[in-house]
Design a protein around this ligand. Structure first.
Ligand code: NAD
Length: 483
């Protein structure tokens, strides 16, 4: 990769003003893959200026939705053409197993196609008549792009998270400065190359790699940024909201979670085990909506725990590039330490380690952990309350529906939840009582580009995906005339 030391600003690859760089590391081998440009405030200023010009003086926001859709569909096609290479890069940078990376890249391409479809429809929906109480006046409500967007994303689904923000923003007619996570910057740089190949007008999409404090923070503080779209942790989300408050910037936040999965005793035990394992161990548990708290009705508790431990022990940890590997390494040394500390604290606070908790035998290098199951923790323990963001699941028993719902809702997070029961009326009733933005019934984790995604409580503000995702990047204006 030749352009790795550069930032993508105004349609060109440029060196960072201060010339700094940082390393990105393969978590399976602990070796450096590449050094990547470290943007600072000076580069952020250039990127925002390019996005501002492309918005204020360029044609992008004035193009029809159909015209913008042509670029989005080109980007989708180019991502599909490069799917294998992009997926392999994602495995090296993030550690996830290759089949999961291939899904992610497929979803990334689909996301651009999906928002191309919404951009095409936007032309007809852009202005809607508003019925007024005084017939001397007539009025229309008009949708317009918000402006220049600063998008900041995490490392767990690097390219997909970029698409969740960039695709709807471009569809709406906004221009974007994207800052990927410093932990996994490589596929975002590929997205920049793809934008260039798709002949996206200069300045419409700018991609700057860099550290949170050096590149992310100045982007959030920049007065020429109209909107901030952030996915990441609650503490960073809080800082971003504070920065947005200075200029009353439009802000959407997708933050952490501690998602509960309620399993009633009429559930098929094998299906429950399958969805729990997938819910917590896919993407190494580094998933904001991961099934990290499992509540099992007392009659099924012992049998389910036994099957869960048995199946968890069959999961093969290893290098994500190897066939048959279901659990890759954690993303980096810091996350590895954080998860190991959570496991140690869990044991100290009196929880029972049912399975896993250690480095898998035979894997001496890399940030690998066994799939880990804890039981017997108190509701007040850190294990049960705090997001771990790793392959660690906590299981507690419950007696009845009211207790399960109350326990699931007793959390400062409210991103996702799941409920399983053969009694669909009960499952649907519980789904409506759960205080979370996403509730799965008789499954856990399937995510559809068409459906709204986002959290209650400290899990965030606003919704991504579907038409909700497009609305994130649109302002509404009324034009009212006196006839
Ligand atoms: P993080 O908050 O540490 O970093 C996220 C991004 O913010 C990175 O690009 C980082 O460089 C940047 N950043 C850090 N400090 C900043 C600052 N002061 N100003 C501006 N930008 C700054 O999060 P992470 O560790 O990368 O990701 C894990 C977190 O993301 C978890 O809490 C997870 O639940 C959450 N997440 C949520 C969703 C969702 O859809 N709700 C999806 C994926 C991940």
């Amino acid at each position: 990769m030749t352009s790795i030391h550069s930032l993508f600003i105004n349609g060109q690859w440029v060196a960072p003003v201060k010339g700094g760089s940082f390393a990105t590391v393969d978590p399976a081998s602990e070796t450096e893959i590449a050094r990547v440009a470290a943007a600072t405030e000076e580069d952020v200023n250039l990127a925002v200026a390019a996005a501002r010009r492309a918005f204020d003086d360029g044609e992008w926001p004035q193009l029809s939705g159909k015209a913008r859709a042509v670029y989005l569909r080109r980007i989708a096609a180019l991502i599909r053409d490069k799917q294998q290479r992009l997926a392999e890069l994602e495995v090296r940078d993030n550690g996830k197993p290759l089949p999961e990376a291939l899904w992610d890249i497929g979803d990334t391409a689909y996301c651009f196609d999906f928002y191309a479809g919404l951009a095409e429809k936007l032309d007809d929906q852009q202005e809607q008549a508003v019925a007024l109480s005084d017939d001397r006046f007539s009025s229309v409500a008009r949708k317009e792009p918000v402006g220049v967007c600063g998008a900041i994303i995490p490392w767990n689904f690097p390219m997909l998270m970029a698409a969740w923000k960039v695709a709807p923003a471009l569809a709406a007619g906004c221009t974007v400065v994207l800052k990927p996570s410093e932990v996994t910057p490589l596929t975002a740089l590929q997205l920049a190359e793809i934008a260039q190949e798709a002949e996206l007008p200069p300045g419409v999409l700018n991609i700057i790699t860099g550290l949170g404090a050096e590149a992310g923070s100045p982007l959030t503080a920049h007065p020429d940024v109209d909107k901030l779209a952030f996915t990441g942790s609650v503490p960073t989300g809080r800082k971003i909201m504070q920065a947005a408050a200075a200029d009353i910037k439009n802000v959407s936040l997708e933050l952490g979670g501690k998602s509960a999965f309620i399993v009633f005793d009429d559930s098929d035990i094998e299906k429950a085990v399958e969805w729990i394992l997938f819910g917590i161990f896919w993407n190494k548990g580094e998933v904001c909506s991961a099934t990290s708290r499992v509540l099992v009705q007392r009659n099924l508790y012992d049998a389910l725990l036994a099957r869960l431990a048995e199946e968890a022990e069959r999961i093969t940890p290893g290098n994500g590039m190897e066939a048959g590997v279901l659990l890759g390494p954690l993303v980096n040394a810091a996350q590895y330490e954080k998860v190991k500390q959570a496991i140690a604290r869990g044991a100290e606070q009196g929880a029972t380690l049912l399975s896993g908790g250690k480095r898998p035998p035979g894997l001496e290098k890399g940030y690998f952990l066994q799939p880990t199951i804890f039981t017997e923790m108190s509701e007040e323990s850190d294990l049960w309350r705090e997001e771990i963001f790793g392959p660690v699941v906590c299981v507690r028993p419950f007696e009845d529906e009211a207790e399960a719902v109350a326990s699931a809702n007793r959390s400062r997070f409210g991103l996702a939840a799941a409920v399983m029961s053969a009694d669909l009326a009960r499952a649907e009733r519980v789904a409506r009582k759960l205080r979370a933005g996403i509730v799965w019934v008789n499954c856990s984790q399937p995510t559809f580009t068409e459906a709204p995604w986002g959290g209650y409580k400290q899990s965030g503000i606003g919704r991504e995906l579907g038409e909700w995702g497009l609305n994130n990047y649109l302002e509404t204006k009324q034009i009212t005339r006196y006839d």
